[in-house]
Design a protein around this ligand. Structure first.
Ligand SMILES: Cc1cc2nc3c(=O)[nH]c(=O)nc-3n(C[C@H](O)[C@H](O)[C@H](O)COP(=O)(O)O)c2cc1C
Length: 220
């Protein structure tokens, strides 16, 4: 089992499978050392990026509304093609609705993400249509800019969550149909990503693993 996986404790098999899948070749990748950043005031942006890791284990403490709002504000400030801002963020805090979503959209074959049940907050990223100029340009180029746009907004949100001392996880594996049904979303709306949010349940000692610069950088 990769070293990155053995460092943490996992509540259930799904969670373990999940981490194994996402770090499937961790053994072959350089690990980024864990550093404790006690003094947040001196944490650089790059250090914040190093520190952020997917959080798959949450404690039940509620997340203050103002922290959630700052995360949403970070997403709102994201750039987008033709400034389309093709997104809405549905924040699910209600325990009943969260339970329904966890049971339905994250049940069955999607149960590897069953840890969402324990997350105090789910943020559903709803992708909407871009402006016509962005759609036309995208069609000509064969690029769906709205996907890039929601990706940027989602990562803005995730990095602000890290800044707030919260744990967050991107979730792409769920039943979109059942999720949209539970939320009563329209046919035009697309949901590619859900994010689980909350205070992490303990320290995650897993090491972040990434391809080495020599594999992914080139200067010409
Ligand atoms: C688009 C996208 C979809 C993802 N879907 C899931 C998911 O369904 N379940 C999960 O546990 N992690 C998911 N992740 C998290 C990745 O597994 C994780 O970011 C990656 O393994 C790197 O680990 P790190 O975030 O801890 O640095 C997703 C990440 C992205 C960007």
């Amino acid at each position: 089992m990769p070293r990155a996986v053995t460092g943490a404790s996992y509540n259930n098999l799904g969670q373990l499978v999940n981490v194994c899948l996402s770090t499937a070749y961790a053994g072959k990748l350089p690990a980024i050392p864990n550093i404790a950043y006690e003094d947040k005031e001196h944490m650089s942006f790059l250090e914040l990026l190093q520190k952020r890791k997917s959080c798959r284990s949450y404690c039940s403490d509620p997340v203050p509304r103002e922290k959630i709002e700052r995360c949403l504000e970070a997403a709102r400030l994201a750039p987008s093609a033709c400034n389309s801002q093709p997104w809405r963020f549905v924040v699910v805090e209600s325990p009943q609705l969260k339970q329904e979503i966890a049971d339905k959209a994250f049940g069955g074959v999607f149960a590897m993400n069953a840890f969402v049940r324990k997350a105090p907050v789910l943020i559903v990223v709803v992708r909407q249509r871009s402006r016509y100029a962005a759609m036309l340009g995208g069609a000509l180029r064969g690029v769906q800019y709205s996907l890039i746009d929601v990706g940027i907004a989602g990562e803005h949100l995730a990095l602000q969550a890290e800044e707030e001392g919260l744990g967050i996880c991107w979730l792409g594996w769920f039943s979109e149909r059942l999720l949209k049904k539970a939320l009563g979303l329209g046919r035009q709306d697309k949901v590619d990503i859900v994010m689980s949010l909350g205070y992490a349940d303990g320290q995650d000692s897993r090491l972040k693993t990434r391809k080495p610069p020599s594999e992914i950088w080139e200067f010409r």
